[in-house]
Each structure stands twice: as C-alpha cells, then as structure tokens.
Design a protein around this ligand. Structure first.
Ligand SMILES: Nc1ncnc2c1ncn2[C@@H]1O[C@H](COP(=O)(O)OP(=O)(O)O)[C@@H](O)[C@H]1O
Ligand SMILES: [Mg+2]
Length: 172
C-alpha cells in the first residue's frame, strides 16, 4: 500500500494489501462506527470487509451478502461486525427498515452512499476504483491481482477522527 500525496489517495496493490489496510482500519473501530464502501462490482468492497472481519476476529467467514441484505458476524468479545449490501435497496427508507443496531455494532455498508444519510450522522466512506486497464468483469483473468485506488470521505466528527487515524491525506 502506498500513499500518493499528490492525488491524495492510497494505492492498494493486491488483495493481500487490501486485507492489510482493512486490518489497520480494524484497530481503530469500535461500537457505533460506520463505514460506507463505494465502488463498482468487483472493486474490492467485500475483499476489504473480509479483511476487516479477519482482523476483528469475527466468527464465520465474511462473504458477499448479495442475497442477504445484512449479516451479523459475532465476535468472542467486542461489538459484532454487521455487513450490509445495499445494492438492491432503492431508497433510504428501505435501509431504515433493516433496523440496524448501529450503536452496538461495527457496521459496513456496501453501496451505502446516498442512503446512509437517513440513518447516521457520522461515517467514513471509502471509495475504491479500479484502474482503467483493469480486466473486464467477464474476463477469465478477472481474479488477477490489480492495484486499486482508495479515496476517503469523512462525514461528522467520528468520521473525521477515523480518517485522521487511518489515512489523513487520502481524502476526496
Ligand atoms: N488490489 C485489489 N484489492 C482488492 N481486490 C482485488 C485486488 N486485485 C484483485 N482483486 C480481486 O477483485 C475481486 C474483488 O471482488 P469483491 O471484493 O467481491 O468486490 P465488490 O464487493 O466490490 O463487488 C476479488 O476477486 C479480488 O481477489
Ligand atoms: Mg461485494
């Protein structure tokens, strides 16, 4: 993982580096924290969340929750990791209907941008982009490691605090 000061972004070389970044983020997280993950299909949102889950020591593997809107991963001690895929949600009211216990959980919402405003005041958004050269989704070599670019947007006091601890110069 390398910081690019000029572009105010982080470059994450491969899935292992994505896990390492997630592990670094995990050390900062506590109950009540909310991360919003933005990026096209295959960007690495679930890969990041899997790294987070491993670092937090959750029970059960973190997988793509595409057919389950929200999955709670308990931990032996500490707040559970709640992993939400908001891809199929059409409006913020549907997110509200999930009745997420934000205060008691560490919550990660894939595709949450534009929806979380309805349920939270503080969060850190991580925007993951693939380079233009990245293989097509239906390319057989899709699983090849390729760099990703990460940018961050802090909302509210806690979002700002998290960003300062994680990647102070990588904002957008
Ligand atoms: N630098 C990288 N960071 C994260 N994932 C990567 C990287 N390079 C390749 N990949 C691969 O890209 C895919 C990302 O898939 P996934 O995390 O499910 O994306 P999303 O949840 O954003 O749709 C995985 O197969 C992962 O192994
Ligand atoms: Mg995903």
């Amino acid at each position: 993982m390398t910081a690019d000061a000029a572009a105010e972004s982080l470059t994450v070389a491969d899935p292992d580096a994505m896990h390492a970044l997630a592990a670094r983020v995990a050390t900062q997280l506590r109950a009540g924290d909310l991360l919003v993950l933005t990026g096209e299909l295959g960007a690495g949102k679930t890969t990041f969340t899997r790294g987070l889950g491993e670092a937090l020591g959750v029970r059960g593997a973190v997988t793509s929750p595409t057919f389950v809107l929200a999955r709670t991963h308990p931990r032996a001690s500490g707040a559970p990791l709640v992993h939400v895929d908001a891809y199929r949600l059409t409006d913020a009211a549907e997110l509200d209907d999930l009745d997420l216990d934000l205060a008691a959980s560490i919550t990660v919402i894939e595709w949450g941008a534009g929806l979380v405003d309805a349920i939270a005041d503080d969060w850190l958004e991580i925007v993951i982009t693939r380079p233009p050269s990245a293989a097509d989704v239906d390319d057989p070599d899709e699983e090849l490691a390729e760099p990703r670019t990460l940018r961050f947007r802090a909302v509210g006091a806690r979002g700002t605090e998290l960003l300062a601890a994680i990647a102070p110069s990588a904002t957008f």
